[in-house]
Design a protein around this ligand. Structure first.
Ligand SMILES: NC(=O)c1ccc[n+]([C@@H]2O[C@H](COP(=O)([O-])OP(=O)(O)OC[C@H]3O[C@@H](n4cnc5c(N)ncnc54)[C@H](OP(=O)(O)O)[C@@H]3O)[C@@H](O)[C@H]2O)c1
Length: 347
């Protein structure tokens, strides 16, 4: 029986600047063997999230305690993987699981991690399991429906609006009967927002004066600001918050690679003036409610009323590019990677 090869990307350098292939090292080796309590799986799809940058560390002494992956260990990401062999009490050969795996053809896992592994619900394709029906969609769903507590007719502004979370959040906000303005970083993203996503207005923050455009598009102010950036747009949103306005803190992509950390919002006191509320959410903690999300979103996805906008790279070789694209802003919608065939058999 010819030996199968496990291709892998290891962490090679901390993320002290822009992320590129230089941060990783490609190696090939034998398949891992599951111990008692573990399963062996073939990785089929990966998702990319800006916070994966933290897994690379910053080249600082505190890296180890802040959860960075040691140099020489496989880079990790959320995956949908097929169980091949199991010594785990919950998972069986043939199961499709959502888990965190190394960037490699084959992994062993005990199912533990930042978010515990779970079986992908029947009828959910892997790309949806990592997008609207994964951490990404859960953040958008509960951010819009429970943290924002929307009322029909209100005005909602979403930053990072054409990314994974943002592209779902804007559509869910529209489905809740809100007037929705999306902020994104390119004309193509704004075109997608206005066209397919059906928002009421889009602002290209690289090319337009965001404050001026917000004032034009939200003349009566903003009821809900769904923030993925934690940057200057948050200040501009706070400034325009209406009486009883809500700010949903979902992410902070503009801050993740920046040292020392930039100062926070300059006008938090605006929350006082409007009796406003600012609240964060961590999607991981809402994952036990995934069935509820699937009950609502699956019919919407199947009917096309909710679009899963995806940006799909193919082949393990492209995994570093997948992460880098989040920071260059090239991805439109959820950045995914579909695996190619595992390594060729050795003679
Ligand atoms: N709270 C939670 O549980 C939870 C769960 C999932 C994700 N998140 C967070 O939600 C945010 C969106 O995540 P995602 O996975 O959907 O990523 P994403 O929005 O698909 O990708 C990142 C996007 O961020 C923008 N960006 C890149 N560099 C930036 C910078 N310096 N300043 C401002 N924007 C920048 C780019 O869009 P533009 O071209 O439009 O700038 C890029 O396409 C992230 O902050 C993520 O960590 C939170």
């Amino acid at each position: 029986m010819p030996e199968r090869i496990n291709r892998r990307w290891l962490v090679a350098r901390p993320a002290t600047g822009p992320i590129s292939e230089e941060n990783f090292r490609w190696v090939e080796g034998p398949l891992p063997v599951p111990s008692e309590g573990q399963f062996l799986a073939r990785n089929l799809w990966y998702s990319f999230d800006p916070t994966q940058r933290f897994l690379l560390g910053r080249g600082e002494p505190s890296d180890a305690e802040s959860g960075a992956i040691p140099i020489g260990q496989p880079m990790r990401g959320f995956s949908v993987s097929e169980v091949l062999e199991s010594r785990h009490p919950t998972f069986r050969a043939g199961d499709l699981v959502h888990c965190q795996m190394g960037w490699e053809d084959y992994s062993v896992s005990d199912g533990e991690g930042f978010a515990p592994a779970y079986r992908v619900p029947d009828g959910v394709p892997p790309n949806w399991a990592l997008g609207p029906l994964g951490i990404t969609g859960v953040a958008a769903y509960f951010g819009v429906r429970e943290i924002a507590r929307p009322k029909p007719g209100e005005t909602c502004v979403v930053s990072g609006a054409a990314g994974g979370v943002g592209s779902i959040a804007v559509q869910l906000a529209k489905l809740q009967g809100l007037r929705v303005i999306g902020i994104a970083g390119s004309p193509a993203k704004c075109d997608w927002l206005r066209g397919e996503a059906g928002v009421d207005g889009a602002i290209d923050y690289h090319r337009e004066d965001v404050g001026q455009r917000l004032s034009e598009l939200c003349p009566d102010g903003i009821d809900i600001f769904f923030d993925n950036d934690a940057g200057s747009t948050l200040d501009l949103g706070l400034e325009r918050l209406r009486q009883g306005g809500r700010v949903v803190l979902c992410g902070g992509t503009s801050r993740y690679g920046v040292r020392p950390p930039p100062p926070g919002p300059a006008n938090l006191l605006q929350l006082v003036m409007v009796n406003g509320r600012m609240e964060g959410l961590l999607a991981r903690d809402y994952m036990p409610r995934l069935p509820e999300v699937a009950d609502v979103l699956l019919p919407l996805l199947r009917s096309g009323r909710l679009k899963s906008k995806e940006d799909v790279l193919v082949g393990l070789r492209n995994a570093p590019a997948g992460l880098a694209r989040l920071y260059s802003g090239e991805n439109v919608g959820k950045q995914l990677l579909k695996m190619d065939e595992p390594g060729p058999a050795r003679p």
